[in-house]
Design a protein around this ligand. Structure first.
Ligand code: 13P
Ligand code: SF4
Length: 308
C-alpha cells in the first residue's frame, strides 16, 4: 500500500494533477487527496485550481461539474461506474418535460444531477447553500426544486416556501432506521443526532443538527466533548474521527442490519489501485457534450457567485 501511495504522489507531481476527494470516499483515498470536502467545496476547488489534471474521487456528477467548470482541463475519475442513485432518479428528458409543463417557474437543482439536468436549471444548489439560495428569491417566486424530495421538503419547512418538488431520493439516506436511532438515543441519552437533509423527514425530526457533510463535521469539531449518532453516509466518520480523536461517533444503522446500506456503493467503487491506474493511463476521462456544458455552466457559476 505504501508503494502505491508513493507512486500516486509521484504521478501527481509529474503530471501536475490535483486529487479532490469527497467525505464519503474510503479513508485511504481521503488521506491521499489534496483536498477533501463536501460537494460545494469540491466544485469551488475545481473552479480555482491551476492543475492540468483534476482527479475527482467522488461520483460521476462531481466529475461532470468539474469538467463543465474547467472545459480545458482533463478531468479523470477512478471508476466511471461510480454513479449516484439520486442523480439517476431524475432523467434529463423527463425533468425537461416537467420544466416545460410549468412555465414561469424558476428551476433550482441540487448538484446531484447530470449536466443535462443542470442545462435546464436556473441555479444549482448543494446541501450547504440550498437555504441561502432559495431565500435569495422573493417569497412568492414559483420554484421547481429537484431532484431530492427530502432536501426539498426540508428546505420548504425551514423557509416557509412551497416549492414544487421532483420525486427523487438517495438510496443510502432513505435507509436509516427510525426505530434503531430511537433505540440508540435511549442507550446514549446525551448523544447529539447529526443528520444530512437527504434523510427522510421522520429521521430529520429526530435530529439535533441537520446539515451538509461539511456542516455536520464543523458542528462536531466545535463540540468535541459530545457523543454523536451520525445519520449520513458512514465515510464521513473517517474525517470526524481524525479531527476529533477522543469523540465517540456512532453511525446511524440502516433498516436492513444485514447490509452495509449506510455506505454508498458508488462512492466505495473508488480504490487506491483505480486511482493509480487512472493517473497513469489518464483514463477514464469525463467528457460533456459542449452544447450541454455551455448551458450547464451558467447555473453552476450562479451558485458559486451566491456562495462566495
Ligand atoms: P454534501 O453536499 O453534503 O457533500 O452531500 C452530497 C452527497 O450526498 C454526496 O453524495
Ligand atoms: Fe448519490 Fe446518495 Fe451516493 Fe450521495 S450517497 S453519491 S446522493 S447515491
Amino acid at each position: 500500500m505504501n508503494n502505491l501511495i508513493e507512486a500516486i504522489k509521484q504521478l501527481k507531481k509529474e503530471k501536475n494533477a490535483i486529487i479532490l476527494g469527497h467525505y464519503y470516499q474510503k479513508g485511504e483515498i481521503q488521506d491521499i487527496a489534496d483536498y477533501v470536502g463536501d460537494s460545494l467545496a469540491l466544485a469551488q476547488w475545481a473552479a480555482k485550481t491551476e492543475a492540468d489534471i483534476i482527479v475527482m474521487c467522488g461520483v460521476h456528477f462531481m466529475g461532470e461539474t468539474a469538467k463543465v467548470l474547467c472545459p480545458n482541463k482533463k478531468v479523470l475519475v477512478p471508476d466511471m461506474a461510480a454513479g449516484c442513485s439520486l442523480a439517476d432518479s431524475c432523467p434529463a428528458d423527463k425533468f425537461s418535460q416537467f420544466v416545460k409543463e410549468h412555465p414561469g417557474y424558476t428551476v433550482i437543482s441540487y448538484v446531484n444531477t447530470t449536466a443535462a439536468v443542470k442545462a435546464v436549471t436556473d441555479v444549482v444548489v448543494t446541501s450547504t447553500n440550498a437555504k441561502q439560495i432559495v431565500e435569495s428569491f422573493p417569497k412568492d417566486e414559483k420554484i421547481i426544486f429537484g431532484p431530492d424530495r427530502n432536501l426539498g421538503n426540508y428546505i420548504n419547512s425551514i423557509t416557509g416556501r412551497n416549492m414544487l418538488l421532483w420525486d427523487g431520493a438517495c438510496h443510502v439516506h432513505e435507509q436509516f432506521s427510525v426505530e434503531k436511532i430511537v433505540e440508540l438515543k435511549a442507550q446514549h441519552p446525551d448523544a447529539v443526532v447529526l443528520a444530512h437533509p437527504e434523510c427522510k423527514s421522520v429521521v430529520l425530526k429526530l435530529a439535533d443538527v441537520v446539515g451538509s457533510t461539511a456542516a455536520l463535521l464543523k458542528y462536531a469539531v466545535n463540540h468535541p466533548e459530545k457523543e454523536y449518532i451520525v445519520a449520513t453516509e458512514s465515510g464521513i466518520l473517517h474525517e470526524m474521527q481524525k479531527k476529533c480523536p477522543q469523540t465517540t461517533f456512532i453511525p446511524a444503522p440502516p433498516n436492513d442490519s444485514t447490509c452495509a446500506c449506510n455506505e454508498c456503493s458508488f462512492m466505495r467503487l473508488n480504490t487506491l489501485e483505480k486511482l493509480y491506474n487512472c493517473l497513469k493511463d489518464e483514463s477514464p476521462e469525463i467528457t460533456v457534450d459542449p452544447e450541454i456544458a455551455e448551458k450547464a455552466v451558467k447555473p453552476i457559476k450562479r451558485m458559486l457567485e451566491i456562495s462566495a
